[in-house]
Design a protein around this ligand. Structure first.
Ligand code: NAP
Ligand code: ZN
Length: 352
């Protein structure tokens, strides 16, 4: 057992505060990591405030972890002390169901174990995430980082925002010659713009924040549409091969479904606390359009994404914060005021 300090939510409405707990002893297949940086995902906020009605308290959020290996178990060959390593949203799965067999641990039929909040839905022991100074993880769920060490804080958000957007972009075979929409320019959305652009697509960014227009173009969008402007939206009717919707709040999906070509798909990755208004059946059936969903990504695909991003020099655009400012960061995230991911400098925990 090793003593750990972190920041936790203790109930849905009180600000996060320092919390001490223990990590398990390093087992034969475990890697212990000193956490250097942890990104702040909107899912952390949903969980801290029990917006999905499944939070186990105390809750230590954080699943965009980059750090340095400080110990390895006796059976470990892939990592050694001093290596830079990453941990994303998953720390365990059954390893025996069909999904795990296909490397789709996020769809484990017996329920994966989240990096925080334990088994995603249903009973089981709580787990504590990356708003802390160290973590102990089975090597199967530890990622190799091939980015250079000079900008590791900006690599951390790839572990969730990166893979959550990369996976559906790959699944729906986004590439050159395609017109691809990204809805929402937050943590996930800005990664989607960068990755879809690197995959060769023509990227159109939809935003509710007109002041993000220039940034979207700089990040790799070819066009920007202010989604509240009906004329701007109408100019794109029936024209998209694929749309990735990252919005964290309920909204009218029909406005975007009507922009899809025949047989094209809009995939939701945003996970609002309350449902979207139902889409119009007619908007779907007349053009055989599809509405889909996607959850993070498996471990092999997360490694593929990290290597892809290193090769294309893709990192996140970040604003570094001290852990003491996490509650203020959550409030700013709710106002869509994040450019484009908060990352906690975990050195700040030492003064917590
Ligand atoms: P974020 O940084 O807060 O970004 C969300 C963006 O959505 C905002 O920046 C804003 O972009 C847009 N938005 C917010 N409120 C809106 C509204 N009322 N109407 C329209 N647009 C609105 O959040 P994130 O970390 O990217 O996460 C986004 C969502 O994905 C969250 O619900 C999160 O829990 C979920 N998520 C899902 C998965 C998965 O596996 N499926 C993984 C990670 C996160 P503009 O200012 O450009 O409009
Ligand atoms: Zn996340």
């Amino acid at each position: 057992m090793s003593s750990t300090i972190g920041y936790a939510a203790f109930d849905p409405s009180t600000p996060l505060a320092p919390y001490s707990f223990s990590r398990r002893a390093v087992g034969p297949n475990d890697v212990q990591i000193e956490i250097l940086y942890c990104g702040v995902c909107h899912s952390d906020l949903h969980t801290a405030r029990n917006e999905w009605n499944n939070t186990l308290y105390p809750s230590v959020p954080g699943h965009e972890i980059v750090g340095r290996v400080t110990a390895v178990g006796e059976s470990i060959s892939g990592f050694k002390v001093g290596d830079i390593a990453g941990v994303g949203c998953l720390v365990d799965s059954c390893q025996s169901c069909a999904s795990c067999g296909e490397g789709l641990e996020q769809y484990c039929e017996n329920g994966f174990v989240g990096t925080y909040n334990g088994p995603a839905f249903g009973g089981g022991e709580n787990t504590f995430g990356g708003y802390s100074d160290n973590i102990v993880v089975d090597q199967k769920f530890v990622l190799r980082i091939s980015h250079t060490e000079d900008n590791l804080a900006a690599v951390a958000p790839l572990l969730c925002a990166g893979i959550t957007t990369y996976s559906p972009l790959r699944q729906w075979k986004v590439g050159p010659g395609q017109k691809v929409g990204v809805v929402g320019l937050g943590g996930l959305g800005h990664m989607a713009v960068k990755i879809a652009n690197a995959m060769g697509a023509h990227v159109v960014l939809f935003t509710t924040s007109p002041d993000k227009k220039e940034d979207a173009l700089r990040l790799g969008a070819s066009e920007v549409v202010v989604s509240k402007n009906k004329d701007e939206m109408a100019a794109h009717l029936n024209s998209f091969d694929f749309i990735l919707n990252t919005v964290a709040a309920p909204h009218n999906l029909d406005a975007f479904l009507s922009l899809l070509k025949r047989d094209a798909t809009m995939t939701l990755v945003g996970a609002p606390a309350s449902p979207h208004p139902s889409p119009s059946v007619f908007g779907l059936i007349f053009k055989r359009r599809r509405l889909a969903g996607s959850l993070i990504g498996g471990i092999a695909e997360t490694q593929e994404m990290l290597d892809f991003c290193a090769e294309h020099s893709i990192v996140s655009d970040i604003e570094m914060i001290d852990i003491q400012n996490i509650n203020e960061a959550y409030e700013r995230m709710l106002k869509s005021d994040v450019k484009y991911r908060f990352v906690i400098d975990m050195a700040s925990l030492k003064s917590a």
